[in-house]
Design a protein around this ligand. Structure first.
Ligand SMILES: Nc1ncnc2c1ncn2[C@@H]1O[C@H](COP(=O)(O)OP(=O)(O)O)[C@@H](O)[C@H]1O
Ligand SMILES: [Mg+2]
Length: 264
């Protein structure tokens, strides 16, 4: 399942390579489910570089990055966090949804990400940890329209001078991607499902709907078709029903669209 070949439809791997060779950190901007994580995994694989990932939320603490003191049998030691580990080992550090993190966490990151590529372990010995040459950082942010996302402070933004925008792909490319996960059998229904997804994305982008389906959903739609769910039912299950959480009017709007595209 994890072994699906990443479709590099907008040349992002090449940009990552150029950034890596230039020692410039990368920020990937785009909504959920547009392939950001898959892209970075593919890049790490192609470089044979180890990947350390942190998924940021409001609960992410400095200690996740830096480490925590532990006490065992009367001795205090320090369990180093992922940031320190990745710097020491020269790994690829993937900072997912970095704009969900709290300010104090971002401040600590900022220290490591500046040109000196080092950080003082003030939590333990005060040692200055310097990053290995191969250390590389890629971060993602969701567009600010997403609830719960905050603006990244400008100085932190400037640590990532290479920016890749990853939007939903064109319909023909999305079909190519979905077909990596399912057989060709249901192509015309797949095309229709992708069209529906894009109609909903468009409506969400002008705030006529509260939710935009991602590639995860078009792939799920394809998998249900493959397991003999009818196109109309699969569309309701994957694309329609989710809107009931915003009430009946929202749901009805989408059901009508599905009915018009897949028949009653
Ligand atoms: N270009 C692509 N090639 C292959 N699979 C893709 C591509 N883009 C997205 N996918 C698939 O779509 C789903 C969502 O992708 P993911 O990388 O998790 O998105 P994000 O990190 O942006 O939320 C995954 O199942 C992923 O494998
Ligand atoms: Mg992701």
């Amino acid at each position: 399942m994890d072994e699906v070949q990443y479709v590099d439809w907008n040349n992002s791997i090449q940009i990552l390579n150029k950034a890596y060779d230039s020692g410039l950190f990368v920020l990937i901007i785009g909504p959920k489910g547009t392939g950001k994580t898959s892209l970075v995994r593919e890049f790490a694989k192609s470089k044979s570089i180890n990947l350390d990932s942190i998924n940021f939320s409001l609960r992410t603490r400095e200690s996740h990055l830096i480490g925590t003191k532990t006490l065992s049998e009367g001795t205090v030691s320090f369990d180093e966090g992922l940031l320190i580990k990745s710097m020491r080992e020269g790994n690829l550090l993937y900072l997912d949804e970095i704009n969900a993190a709290e300010a104090d966490v971002l401040l600590r990151l900022d220290e490591a990400l500046d040109d000196r590529r080092q950080i003082a372990l003030k939590e333990s010995t005060g040692e200055i940890v310097r990053a290995k040459d191969s250390w590389f950082v890629v971060a993602t942010i969701n567009p600010l329209t997403h609830s719960g996302t905050k603006e990244l402070p400008p100085q932190l933004l400037s640590r990532f001078p290479v920016r890749i925008s990853l939007e939903y792909p064109p319909e023909n490319v999305e079909l190519e991607i979905v077909k990596k996960y399912v057989s060709e059998k249901h192509e015309s229904d797949l095309i229709q499902g992708i069209k529906l997804a894009n109609t909903l994305r468009q409506a969400a982008s002008v705030e006529e709907l509260f939710y935009a389906p991602s590639l995860r959903e078009t792939i799920a739609f394809g998998k249900l078709l493959e397991n003999d769910v009818s196109p109309k039912e699969a569309a309701m299950i994957v694309f329609g029903n989710v809107y009931t959480q915003w009430g009946n009017i929202e749901f009805q709007k989408v059901s009508d669209i599905i009915a018009s595209m897949f028949g009653n």
